[in-house]
Design a protein around this ligand. Structure first.
Ligand code: AMO
Length: 434
């Protein structure tokens, strides 16, 4: 396949070139002036010695407002002073779009702009190479996830995002009026990916949007996130699922280190690939540790942001960025997770990365009568899940799976302080635009 040109630049046979991009900066020193022209790949210096170029051209180019979009044609010359080692001496130009002034935020100014201002002006923020690099990396992460899954026999699927019942609890459901019927935005693909396990497409994965009416305004919660979900049948226990999650995350990190180098360099990041197997802690031991450190938690409570962070600090000291936490109390886990009978525990796990949960999963309850029992125990009405339950009545293999927040994964890989940095247009309690 011949790649299609990925920039506006054109080299002509007469030796002139046309470069297209944004006017990042202009400097007029009187006898000579310069433009820094930026495109996706970098910047080029356009040099205008007043005596050597047409006065009208000099005038118009020098007056261009920052961030205007232009095409400049001219000759490329070697230059010791220019960062690229070459500069362009212009002979003509075309103004595609003049930028208004003042700009809502600077692109190259070294002042720290608040995240809110950046998100309000995301189109402008993304003109900064560092902001763009995050999304180059995110795109690669998604590609690597798909590669890892395909290599392990998983089929990519797309499940509905407008659904009739929620799988992850009523508190975080967004309601939708669906032609007069009550519908919801999907909190996860949980019910559908499990239904697939009864079909023969017994290893599926999806990267898609998930919606949660999260009222908490934290640096790791948004109301629309991207979820990497997997589900696999014929497992012997939740360890099989954990091994697959570990395989996928390791593949992403190892490959990203090489294939994402150009973008990682822009961010000044190298990726530490944690040693395998990832350590496994139990919920109970984590709880004891954080309670010992003063957190007022009781058995069954979520470890929470602070608890996860404390465990993260302890694990970081031992050189472990990624670790599993297993054996959560069954009451703390959703109805679809299998109970460890007679123990009060469940066949579940979380995967934490640098002190933050990035994934949770486990073995599912595939036995129809037990599943009904679990639903009732959780106060759910099996009638509301009739089409899901049908898939369990006519032959359902043992299975398990996981959900992983892609936004959280990317933000942890890159040590971003807020998950919103890894989302183009984040949605939260106070943000619905842009
Ligand atoms: P859970 O609810 O733990 O599990 O979600 C799985 C992962 O999704 C991410 N996540 C979020 N990311 C950003 N903002 C949010 N509000 C948010 N909520 C969740 C986290 C989390 O670890 N169906 C199960 C998974 C399974 O068992 O297969 C589920 O959704 O990274």
């Amino acid at each position: 396949m011949t790649p299609i040109r990925d920039s506006g630049n054109i080299c002509k046979e007469d030796g002139t070139v046309t470069v297209k991009g944004w006017v990042q900066d202009t400097r007029n020193l009187g006898g000579i002036s310069f433009i820094t022209l930026r495109d996706r790949h970098g910047v080029l210096q356009i040099t205008m010695p007043k005596k050597k170029i047409d006065p009208a051209l000099f005038e118009s180019l020098t007056k261009l407002p920052r961030e205007s979009v232009v095409a400049v044609t001219g000759e490329v010359k070697a230059s010791d002073q220019a960062a690229l080692g070459v500069e362009l001496i212009p002979t003509s130009f075309e103004l595609y779009s003049e930028a208004a002034a003042p700009l809502p935020m600077g692109v190259v100014d070294k002042v720290n702009v608040e995240m809110d201002t950046r998100l309000n002006n995301r189109f402008m923020d993304l003109r900064r190479p560092e902001a763009r690099a995050v999304f180059e990396i995110r795109s690669l992460v998604a590609e690597l996830i798909s590669e890892a899954m395909r290599m392990n026999g998983f089929v990519g699927v797309s499940t509905p995002k407008i659904v009739a019942s929620g799988a992850e609890g009523g508190a975080t459901l967004f309601g939708v009026d669906y032609f007069g019927k009550q519908a919801y935005l999907a909190q996860s693909p949980q019910l559908y990916k499990q239904m697939m396990m009864s079909t023969g497409l017994d290893r599926v994965f999806e990267i898609g949007p998930s919606f949660r009416a999260e009222h908490s305004n934290t640096n790791r919660h948004v109301t629309e996130f991207s979820s990497f979900d997997g589900e696999m049948a014929w497992i012997e226990g939740e360890e099989d699922v954990m091994a697959m999650v570990e395989e996928a995350v390791d593949y992403v990190l190892v490959q990203l280190r090489e294939r994402g180098k150009r973008h990682l360099d822009i961010l000044g990041k190298d990726i530490a690939v944690p040693k395998r197997p990832y350590p496994v802690l139990t919920y109970t031991e984590c709880l004891e540790v954080v309670v010992g450190l003063g957190l007022p938690l009781k058995d069954g409570d979520d470890l929470g942001t602070e608890g996860e962070r404390l465990i993260g600090d302890i694990m970081a000291e031992k050189g472990n960025d990624l670790y599993f936490i297993v054996e959560y109390p069954e009451e703390a886990k959703p109805f679809y997770i299998m109970e460890k009978e007679g123990t009060g525990l469940s066949f579940s796990f979380d995967l934490d990365y640098k002190g933050q949960e990035i994934s949770s999963g486990g073995q599912r309850e595939h036995r129809y009568p037990k599943l009904i029992e679990r639903m009732e125990k959780k106060g759910l009405d099996p009638e509301d899940f009739a089409s899901y339950l049908d898939a369990f009545r006519y032959g359902m293999p043992p299975h398990g799976g996981w959900g992983m927040g892609v936004d959280r994964l990317v933000s942890k890989i890159l040590d971003l302080p807020n998950v919103r940095e890894a989302i183009l247009f984040p949605r939260d309690t106070s943000r619905l635009a842009p």
